[in-house]
Design a protein around this ligand. Structure first.
Ligand code: RB5
Length: 173
């Protein structure tokens, strides 16, 4: 079994990322660290997209992203088709994120969970398995939505004269 985890963090998640890298290595996982490398201020989307693309391309089966809350990382990662990122602050949610949602990226808040709890969350997520069955029917609907919104929907929104006012037509506040 391939045991590669792509990991990334912004400045608020950097200390926890470093701790979890050590934990993952102890557990026998190969870690691909996309940064950041310090507590200097950076923008979380820059790191979320690197991990999301590594997971979506199959380069890494799993991804771990940490920012202050885990929320910005999840919002960004979920923009990449094929990614199912779950922001978790407890082991039960992490287990369900895998078992029911087949989450391939876990996000956490370095300002929310301490290192001990974070290790428990990572362990619960990595050691759980997708249950398939009715849950596979549901994740297939997410994939169908990605197809519709990412392709046809995108074309509709960018078409000249499409629905909604264009920028500069008085709707900005
Ligand atoms: C950075 O201050 C913070 O906004 C970021 O780490 C994250 O929590 C965003 O979701």
């Amino acid at each position: 079994m391939q045991k590669v985890v792509a990991v990334g963090a912004d400045h608020a998640g950097f200390p926890l990322k470093e701790d979890l890298k050590a934990y993952l290595k102890e557990q026998g996982y190969e870690v691909r660290d996309v940064g950041t490398d310090s507590v200097g201020s950076v923008d979380y989307p820059d790191f979320a997209v690197r991990v999301a693309e590594a997971v979506a391309s199959g380069e890494a089966p799993w991804g771990l992203l940490i920012c202050g809350t885990g929320i910005g990382m999840a919002i960004t990662a979920n923009k990449v088709p094929g990614v199912r990122a779950a922001c978790c602050a407890d082991p039960f949610s992490a287990r369900m994120a895998r078992a029911h949602n087949d989450a391939n990226i876990l996000t956490m808040g370095g300002r929310v969970v301490g290192p001990g709890l974070a290790r428990e969350i990572v362990k619960a997520w990595l050691e759980s398995r997708f249950e398939g069955g009715r849950h596979a029917r549901r994740t297939a609907k997410i994939e169908a939505l990605e197809e519709r919104v990412g392709r046809g929907g995108q074309r509709e929104r960018s078409a000249p004269g499409g629905p909604g006012p264009a920028r500069g037509e008085g709707h900005e506040r």
